[in-house]
Design a protein around this ligand. Structure first.
Ligand code: CO8
Length: 261
């Protein structure tokens, strides 16, 4: 892996943890960090040994407190559109990485931070997390996908209340509305996140990959096309060694030994 100025990347077995590391600015996403995230996720996608990614923020206070407002305020309409597209493309790349990406939200998760988390496969949070899209307080709107992904995650009414008031919500409320899946004690966040990721890693790797692919592609399809895509991949999975192993293991009452083939 390359080394990055604004990211820490650690690999442990098949899991890579990417930590946004600008603690003094509450891990705000400046242009350099966006570029590094794109390069880093490109590397992680290409690395077959990496089968899942956890994203978090450095320090005890923030996941990511948004786009870097110091840079944002210098934008012209054209440069703002360009940087919004750069961020959107990055987050779409993360969303369609082909590997599960879990956001471990360890504090403030605001603006671009919540947009990053929303592009992850799912989110878990520490009890002290605060989540919101405060852009309207700055006279702008979410620009890294927040107006599109948040309604898909929590429904248009709840999303619009968050976007239009700019107010943030705590971890328990985020869990209640389905924005995060679990809330953990801050000290346990990373270990508990890893436990969930390890469950995924124990499952059939090709099945996990296909489920991710068809689940996301189906979001952009009419139901009938999505169902057809699902049945095609189901059929394809019936050609794999993993399918034979998974079903044999069940019938023989033993854990499956998947090979990803
Ligand atoms: N950008 C830059 N610096 C930041 C940011 C940020 N988003 N958030 C915090 N910081 C900095 C502060 O300026 C401060 O720096 P310094 O010590 O040099 O003054 C340091 O981090 C610590 O922050 P605070 O002293 O403010 O810490 P508090 O605990 O008092 O408050 C808050 C924490 C509530 C999180 C507060 O920092 C805050 O409100 N931050 C801004 C949150 C926000 O508005 N985020 C949305 C930004 S806009 C956005 O994300 C748009 C995305 C789409 C972009 C599209 C491209 C065109």
């Amino acid at each position: 892996m390359a080394t990055y100025e604004n990211l820490l990347v650690a690999k442990d077995g098949a899991v890579a943890t990417v930590t946004v590391n600008r603690e003094k600015a509450l891990n705000a996403l400046n242009a350099a960090t966006l570029r590094e995230l794109r390069a880093c996720f490109g590397e992680l996608q290409a690395d077959d040994a990496v089968r899942a990614v956890i994203v978090t923020g450095a320090g005890p206070k923030a996941f990511v407190a948004g786009a870097d407002i110091r840079e944002l305020k210098e934008n012209t309409p054209l440069s703002a559109k360009h940087i919004a597209r750069v961020g959107q493309e990055l987050f779409s790349f993360i969303e369609r990485l082909g590997k599960p990406v879990v956001a471990a939200i360890n504090g403030f998760c605001l603006g671009g931070g919540l947009e990053l988390a929303s592009a992850c496969t799912f989110r878990v949070a520490a009890k002290n997390a605060q989540l919101g899209l405060p852009e309207v307080k700055l006279g702008v709107i979410p620009g890294y996908g927040g107006t599109q992904r948040l309604p898909r995650l929590v429904g248009i009414g709840r999303a619009m209340e968050l976007i239009l008031t700019g107010e943030s919500i705590g971890a328990d409320e985020a869990c209640r509305i389905g924005l995060v899946n679990h809330v953990f004690e801050p000290a346990e966040l990373m270990a508990k996140t890893r436990e969930i990721v390890d469950k995924i890693l124990a499952r059939g790797p090709v099945a996990v990959r296909f489920a991710l692919e068809v689940g996301y592609r189906g979001m952009d399809m009419p139901l009938d096309e999505g169902l057809n895509a699902e049945s095609n991949l189901f059929g394809l999975l019936c050609t794999t060694e993993d399918m034979r192993e998974g079903m044999a293991a069940f019938l023989e009452k033993r854990p499956a030994q998947f090979k990803g083939k």
